[in-house]
Design a protein around this ligand. Structure first.
Ligand SMILES: [Cu+2]
Length: 143
Protein backbone atom coordinates (compact mmCIF):
# COMPACT_ATOMS: atom_id res chain seq x y z
CA UNK A 1 0.00 0.00 0.00
CA UNK A 2 2.78 2.38 0.92
CA UNK A 3 4.68 1.51 -2.26
CA UNK A 4 1.64 2.19 -4.41
CA UNK A 5 1.15 5.58 -2.76
CA UNK A 6 4.71 6.67 -3.55
CA UNK A 7 4.26 5.60 -7.19
CA UNK A 8 1.19 7.81 -7.44
CA UNK A 9 3.16 10.70 -5.95
CA UNK A 10 5.93 10.28 -8.52
CA UNK A 11 3.42 10.15 -11.35
CA UNK A 12 1.65 13.27 -10.07
CA UNK A 13 4.96 15.13 -9.78
CA UNK A 14 5.90 14.15 -13.34
CA UNK A 15 2.58 15.41 -14.70
CA UNK A 16 2.91 18.64 -12.72
CA UNK A 17 6.44 19.23 -14.01
CA UNK A 18 5.53 18.59 -17.62
CA UNK A 19 2.59 20.98 -17.45
CA UNK A 20 4.90 23.68 -16.07
CA UNK A 21 7.25 23.12 -19.02
CA UNK A 22 4.35 23.28 -21.48
CA UNK A 23 3.06 26.47 -19.84
CA UNK A 24 6.47 28.15 -20.10
CA UNK A 25 6.92 27.35 -23.77
CA UNK A 26 3.30 28.12 -24.63
CA UNK A 27 3.54 31.60 -23.09
CA UNK A 28 6.18 32.75 -25.55
CA UNK A 29 5.48 33.20 -29.23
CA UNK A 30 8.33 32.07 -31.46
CA UNK A 31 10.14 34.62 -33.61
CA UNK A 32 11.73 33.52 -36.88
CA UNK A 33 15.52 33.39 -37.24
CA UNK A 34 16.94 36.63 -38.56
CA UNK A 35 14.07 38.87 -37.44
CA UNK A 36 15.38 42.41 -37.00
CA UNK A 37 13.90 45.38 -35.21
CA UNK A 38 15.47 48.80 -35.61
CA UNK A 39 14.80 52.52 -35.48
CA UNK A 40 14.78 53.95 -39.00
CA UNK A 41 14.68 57.55 -37.80
CA UNK A 42 16.16 59.37 -35.98
CA UNK A 43 19.60 57.86 -36.48
CA UNK A 44 21.82 56.98 -33.55
CA UNK A 45 23.66 60.15 -32.46
CA UNK A 46 21.27 62.50 -34.25
CA UNK A 47 20.27 65.92 -32.93
CA UNK A 48 16.52 66.56 -33.17
CA UNK A 49 14.09 69.30 -32.24
CA UNK A 50 11.91 68.87 -29.15
CA UNK A 51 9.06 67.36 -31.13
CA UNK A 52 10.18 64.76 -33.65
CA UNK A 53 9.08 61.62 -35.45
CA UNK A 54 10.30 58.14 -34.62
CA UNK A 55 10.00 55.61 -37.44
CA UNK A 56 10.05 51.92 -36.53
CA UNK A 57 11.70 49.31 -38.77
CA UNK A 58 11.05 45.56 -38.77
CA UNK A 59 12.49 42.92 -41.08
CA UNK A 60 11.60 39.25 -41.28
CA UNK A 61 8.31 39.69 -39.41
CA UNK A 62 5.08 41.60 -39.87
CA UNK A 63 3.14 44.03 -37.71
CA UNK A 64 -0.25 43.01 -36.34
CA UNK A 65 -2.43 44.85 -33.81
CA UNK A 66 -2.44 43.67 -30.20
CA UNK A 67 -4.91 40.85 -29.69
CA UNK A 68 -4.44 39.46 -33.18
CA UNK A 69 -2.58 36.14 -33.06
CA UNK A 70 -0.81 35.52 -36.37
CA UNK A 71 2.48 33.68 -36.74
CA UNK A 72 5.60 35.82 -37.18
CA UNK A 73 3.91 39.09 -36.23
CA UNK A 74 3.95 41.46 -33.29
CA UNK A 75 3.41 45.09 -32.34
CA UNK A 76 5.92 47.75 -31.41
CA UNK A 77 6.82 48.99 -27.92
CA UNK A 78 9.02 52.02 -27.41
CA UNK A 79 11.27 52.38 -24.39
CA UNK A 80 12.39 55.96 -23.76
CA UNK A 81 15.35 56.49 -21.42
CA UNK A 82 15.19 52.90 -20.18
CA UNK A 83 18.31 52.22 -18.13
CA UNK A 84 17.63 48.53 -18.68
CA UNK A 85 15.16 46.40 -20.58
CA UNK A 86 11.91 45.42 -18.86
CA UNK A 87 11.29 41.71 -18.12
CA UNK A 88 11.19 40.05 -21.54
CA UNK A 89 9.46 36.94 -20.18
CA UNK A 90 6.24 38.67 -19.17
CA UNK A 91 3.71 40.98 -20.81
CA UNK A 92 5.24 44.44 -21.22
CA UNK A 93 3.78 47.00 -18.85
CA UNK A 94 3.81 50.75 -18.47
CA UNK A 95 7.59 51.18 -18.76
CA UNK A 96 7.09 51.16 -22.52
CA UNK A 97 4.63 52.82 -24.89
CA UNK A 98 2.47 50.21 -26.64
CA UNK A 99 1.56 50.62 -30.28
CA UNK A 100 -1.23 48.08 -30.13
CA UNK A 101 -2.94 49.51 -33.18
CA UNK A 102 -0.07 48.30 -35.31
CA UNK A 103 1.45 51.77 -35.72
CA UNK A 104 4.92 51.90 -37.29
CA UNK A 105 5.83 55.45 -36.25
CA UNK A 106 5.07 58.04 -33.60
CA UNK A 107 5.72 61.65 -32.65
CA UNK A 108 7.59 62.31 -29.43
CA UNK A 109 8.15 65.49 -27.47
CA UNK A 110 11.11 65.32 -25.09
CA UNK A 111 13.00 67.75 -22.90
CA UNK A 112 16.30 69.15 -24.22
CA UNK A 113 19.32 66.95 -23.58
CA UNK A 114 20.36 63.35 -24.25
CA UNK A 115 17.78 60.59 -24.47
CA UNK A 116 17.79 56.94 -25.44
CA UNK A 117 15.24 55.09 -27.55
CA UNK A 118 14.79 51.34 -27.94
CA UNK A 119 12.11 49.18 -29.54
CA UNK A 120 10.79 45.85 -28.26
CA UNK A 121 8.40 43.71 -30.29
CA UNK A 122 5.57 42.04 -28.37
CA UNK A 123 3.11 39.34 -29.37
CA UNK A 124 -0.71 39.50 -29.28
CA UNK A 125 -0.51 39.43 -25.45
CA UNK A 126 2.26 42.10 -25.30
CA UNK A 127 4.88 39.48 -24.36
CA UNK A 128 8.24 39.58 -26.16
CA UNK A 129 8.92 36.68 -28.50
CA UNK A 130 11.29 33.74 -28.12
CA UNK A 131 13.97 34.74 -28.89
CA UNK A 132 13.07 38.37 -28.06
CA UNK A 133 13.07 40.84 -30.96
CA UNK A 134 14.68 44.01 -29.60
CA UNK A 135 16.35 46.92 -31.39
CA UNK A 136 19.65 48.48 -30.55
CA UNK A 137 19.38 51.31 -28.06
CA UNK A 138 20.07 54.63 -29.78
CA UNK A 139 21.12 57.89 -28.15
CA UNK A 140 19.86 61.21 -29.47
CA UNK A 141 20.27 64.82 -28.44
CA UNK A 142 17.13 66.95 -28.18
CA UNK A 143 17.71 70.64 -28.82
CU1 LIG B 1 1.80 45.91 -26.26
Amino acid sequence: MKKMFSKILVATAAVAMSSVLIAQTAEKTASPAGAQLYIVSPQNGATVSQTFNVVFGLQGMGVAPAGVQTANTGHHHLLVDGAELPDLNAPLGTAVTHFGGGQTQTTLTLTPGQHTLQLILGDHLHTPHNPPVVSEKITITVQ
